[in-house]
Design a binder for this molecule. Sequence first.
Ligand code: CAA
Length: 380
Amino acid sequence: MDFDLNEDVQMVRDMTRDFADGDLIPRATQHDREGTISKEVFEKIAELGLWGLTIPEQFGGAGLGNEALTAALIELNRGCAATGVTLSVHNSLVGAPINKWGTDEQKAQWLPQLATGEIIGSYCLTEANAGSDAAAVQTSAVRDGDGWVMNGTKLWVTNGGWAGVFLVYARTNPDVSKAKGMSCFIVPKDTPGVRVGKTELKAGIRGSSTTEVVFENVKLPASAVLGEVDSGFKVAMDTLDGGRIGIASQAVGIGRACLEASIKYAGEREQFGRPIGHFQAIQWKIADMASRLDAAELLCFRAAWLRDRQRPCTREAAQAKLTASLAANFAADECLQIHGGFGYTDHSHVERLFRDARITEIYEGATDIQRLVIARNLMG
Ligand code: CAA
């Protein structure tokens, strides 16, 4: 067994670590307060080739895999979780499925633009009545000659306000069981009838864009379908296997930021005549945070390693997300406790980390959905 990252992955990790230290950490509070990501950060992501990290070289990407994406997302989210999720969704929920399920024409049309960040990608699955029960989507696409007409509203769409293209999951056959009658459509933002609705004000990851997206009599050609007609649920679920590794990596990154802040503060803050890090109560918190985060990181790389080899990783991705999101929230809670009143106020970035960590237990499948996926996989 080899725990060394290969040369390419190490290079990506070092590059994103420098980017996080130099550009993201100094801007993360600004992103949080202003509710957006700065133009400079968007440009630097393009300059570093991160929009196309997992897009094949023939389409202008870096042609790297999920191991590299995991390494990058841990570092980026250590710096700014709003930036981290933007990139995770773009790569794993949009670039990856177009590359996996797309026709030659679809790949040639979309991957080069996604690789440079000329357009940002977004994944539209969730609706008012289809959250954890993802197969319950009511957005419909009805046949219209050779093409389709789509109607419906998607909620909590990450990158909604910035996207140039949406992957939209819609019901195409109401006469079969829920999961069997869905299809995935590639919908350009400028298609008539597509409207970006309300922007959500969130507890955390405030710099990222989360919106409603409305589809009103949107006419789409037959060539807009990604994968087979009526097989969209499998595209959605398979895509989420990859996406969950991304969110697990995000959680590890946020947790690492909490651990670093805690170690630093424990060495500086004095009470009862000595740095609080001299007290065992604080040392045990640090030891538990580090151990849970290391376990989570190993699960992330195991799932990424499997996915890069086209091996099944549904359970492993869910285990990574379950473990990492719990570890991140544990680390954020302990970090805030170590920082006390200072951590609870906007005097430090600790209260932001606490808010940012919480979403990792919610999106791309809530904690109990990960447990359900793992248990079904083990028990049938
Ligand atoms: N890969 C491929 N196919 C899969 C699959 C996977 N990982 N998981 C399930 N399928 C297939 C099954 O094999 C089955 O196919 P057959 O009928 O041919 O056997 C079909 O899909 C239906 O599967 P289930 O019976 O397991 O479906 P279900 O209705 O019981 O749902 C679920 C399963 C796991 C609960 C699923 O609904 C789920 O994952 N829910 C959570 C939704 C979610 O994660 N949403 C995230 C939104 S996106 C987001 O959050 C992005 C963001 O903002 C950052």
